[in-house]
Design a protein around this ligand. Structure first.
Ligand code: GAL
Length: 693
């Protein structure tokens, strides 16, 4: 593959403002409506729209016959009104004629059924026909619009893997074999990597290797893991094909594809490395009163994917979605606080799916900036107010989020510990564990960045590894170097278990992390469903809901927590190995949220970072900064007003008011205080009295 690499200079999005707007589907509306759209977009401060994402059939109604006229017209109209275009290559979904002519390009499911036309993303990522056509369409778009002054950036495909992230068809099988040949060289290499002597799995010909379709019993776990890796790579190749074409025709235009937050199926570290700017689609569930906590981790990943650079929130919902079983609307004010949360976490954009609510089709009940009642709809009132308010935050554009805590996000461990069917327990899930640990750090008031398992860790004081099932020596070396430099590391259960081919490390867990942590795992000890155990930790009792381990600690290791019930009573549960000014902790159990608080509080304070005593998940404080100024976002995600004690005075960019020691935030209230850049990251103490709503 050729194309942009992480070490090449990145192209900038051609828009000199925080982006505000949404997906726009003019081909669902009359030209008369377009004029109204543009009038209202201007009124709301819209400066960028994404189109024509799903319009290939409207642009090429028959093979080789293009109809550009409508797109030419709307792009010109938008640009005349000062609205830039996040221009999609229109390759998110194939036209029916292409699929009819080449039925073999349809994806297959794990039971070997071909999926039909009638929705979107009906393609096999490995299909040569699809790849050829995608390159052709991207070239046609680039040649047609590459010089257009309104072109802000390229939007390649749409949410890769949303519907088709894995394909089990014969073409995918051929591609899988090529991928395996590249990885393992020859069949002996593959047989050795997959540990084929278990259950008689030896392969004597590449042709015998199929995609891992449903089998009579549990499938070889390394085969499953490789299929996850391969499938992510197959979509990455597809992405790269379009990038290469666009680079060739429009070398100065930034490229992106929109991500789906912390999405299991694609290794976004790899995807981000080949694009110019990270963009994300975020849909926190309004039915979940703490969905903003999960969003904070998703955004911590988005900014980390390109080394702390600002990213763009490319899609969000103005109110309800339509793809959940129950689609709860966003209460008044929630659009604002959720959107500004993304900005707080490094987004230089607030964009929605979509501009005008559809009248027909699969998404007609999905909210939009302009609801079915047009400019009289609440969503329009609220998004318009937001668009105008965003203009007051221009100073934060390009600034970076300040964070001293990194959380290791590792797709290999995610896949390895979730694809396999034979594990000590299915109750310890990578994503759940990562979210639980993040939630505790969030509760203590720390913004958290995602970080790769091999680092770099230099900008952090604390690194947490909720789970690193697959650990290699390079991970252990990078983590050890971090601790030796004075960093504080916390490693979670079921880490360092296997290598990259899923072979258990000699001597068992934590494998390459053994010296660093100073412990050995004798046996994983998952709890039966419904059972809980306890850990005695610094005078507190922590609850263990589903996973514990029999561990033994070296003499120089401090036992900070001890199992206090069950078969493991009296054995170490939480350990800390001091290393110079740093420390390496091991937490052998899954511990519930309340239990993680005292533990992480200790770690943070040992590292010299503040940790809240009074926990209020509704109150979030995040700082973006340039060299001279801190822009601290104070967000109230709750329905009741709150007050916080400020670390120092600042001016609210949104209201112009000056606040010195106390800040009152209404229901879903937000303030963005500018103050001279402080040595330490500004934090705030929530005042633990909630006034009545
Ligand atoms: C996204 C997708 C959009 C729209 C939206 C609805 O996943 O990119 O096209 O379907 O969801 O929430």
């Amino acid at each position: 593959m050729s194309g942009p690499r992480a070490d090449q200079p990145l192209r900038r999005v051609r828009l000199d403002a925080l982006a505000f707007g949404g997906d726009y589907n003019p081909d669902q509306w009359s030209e008369e409506t377009w004029h109204e759209d543009i009038r209202l977009m201007r009124e709301a401060g819209v400066n960028m729209v994404s189109l024509p994402i799903f319009s290939w059939p409207q642009l090429e109604p028959e093979p080789g016959v293009y109809d550009w006229a409508w797109l030419d017209r709307i792009i010109d109209l938008l640009w005349d009104a000062g609205i830039a275009i996040d221009l999609a290559t229109a390759t998110a979904t194939p036209p029916s004629w292409l699929l009819r002519a080449h039925p073999e390009m349809a994806p297959w499911d794990a039971d070997g059924h071909r999926l039909e036309f009638g929705s979107r993303q009906t393609y096999c990522p490995s299909s040569p026909i699809w790849r050829e056509n995608v390159a052709r369409m991207a070239r046609a778009m680039a040649e047609r619009y590459g010089e257009h002054p309104g072109l802000a950036m390229w939007h390649i495909s749409n949410e890769y893997g949303d519907h088709t992230s894995r394909c089990w068809c014969p073409e995918s099988a051929r591609h899988f074999r090529r991928w395996l040949q590249e990885r393992y060289g020859d069949l002996d290499g593959l047989n050795e990597a997959w540990g084929v002597n278990v259950w008689g799995q030896r392969y004597t010909s590449w042709e015998h290797i199929e995609t891992p379709k449903r089998a009579p019993g549990p499938v070889n776990p390394t085969k499953l893991l490789d299929f996850e890796r391969f499938s992510s790579d197959a979509l990455l190749e597809l992405f790269q094909i379009e990038i290469d074409v666009l680079r060739e025709v429009t070398p100065d235009i930034a490229v992106t594809t929109n991500f789906m937050s912390m999405f299991r199926d694609l290794d976004y570290w790899d995807f981000a490395a080949v694009e110019d700017v990270v963009t994300d689609d975020a849909y926190p569930d309004p039915a979940d009163p703490t969905s903003h906590v999960g969003a904070a981790l998703n955004y911590g990943l988005m900014r980390a994917l390109k080394d702390g650079q600002p990213w763009l929130l490319l899609e969000s919902s103005a109110s309800a979605t339509s793809w959940r079983d129950v689609n709860v609307p966003k209460a008044p004010g929630k659009i604002r606080v959720e959107s500004l949360q993304a900005v707080a976490h490094g987004s230089d954009a607030v964009m929605f799916f979509q501009w005008r609510q559809a009248k027909y089709g699969q998404e007609k009940f999905h909210s939009s900036m302009l609801g079915h009642r047009g400019e009289r709809s609440r969503s329009f009132r609220e998004t318009k107010a937001l668009g105008l308010e965003l203009q007051k935050l221009e100073a934060v554009r390009g600034t970076r989020v300040r964070s001293r805590v990194g959380l290791v996000v590792d797709w290999d461990s995610w896949w390895g510990s979730s694809a396999a069917e034979s594990l000590p327990s299915q109750r310890l899930q990578w994503a759940q564990q990562a979210r639980a640990w993040h939630r505790a750090l969030y509760a203590l008031g720390q913004p958290v960045d995602a970080v790769r398992a091999a680092g770099p860790f230099d900008r952090y004081d604390v690194v947490v590894v909720p789970n690193l099932y697959i650990a290699e020596q390079e991970h252990a070396d990078a983590l050890a170097a971090f601790v030796e430099r004075g960093g504080h590391l916390v490693v979670g259960p079921f880490s360092g278990v296997v290598d990259a081919t899923e072979k258990v490390h000699d001597g068992g867990a934590p494998g390459p992390l053994r010296t660093l942590l100073g412990i050995e795992v004798d046996e994983q000890w998952p709890l039966a469903d419904g059972e809980t155990e306890q850990i005695a930790y610094a005078g507190e009792t922590l609850t263990v809901p589903s996973w514990s381990e029999w561990i033994e600690a070296d003499d120089d290791v401090q036992v900070r927590g001890t199992y206090a019930s069950g078969e493991l009573a009296g054995l170490p549960a939480v350990t800390c190995r001091p290393v110079g000014r740093g420390s390496a902790w091991y937490v052998s159990a899954m511990i519930d949220h309340d239990g993680m608080l005292p533990l992480f509080r200790d770690v943070l304070r040992t590292a010299g970072l503040p940790a809240r005593d009074h926990v209020d998940l509704d109150v979030e404080v995040v700082t973006r900064a340039d060299d001279t100024t801190d822009y601290t976002f104070y967000l109230n995600h709750g329905r009741a007003p709150v007050a916080v004690e400020l670390p120092g005075p600042g001016f609210d960019l949104l209201t112009g008011a000056r606040h010195s020691d106390r800040l009152d935030l209404d229901r879903y209230g937000v303030a963005v205080l500018a103050s001279p850049r402080a040595d330490t990251i500004p934090t705030a103490t929530p005042i633990p009295v909630k006034e009545d709503a």
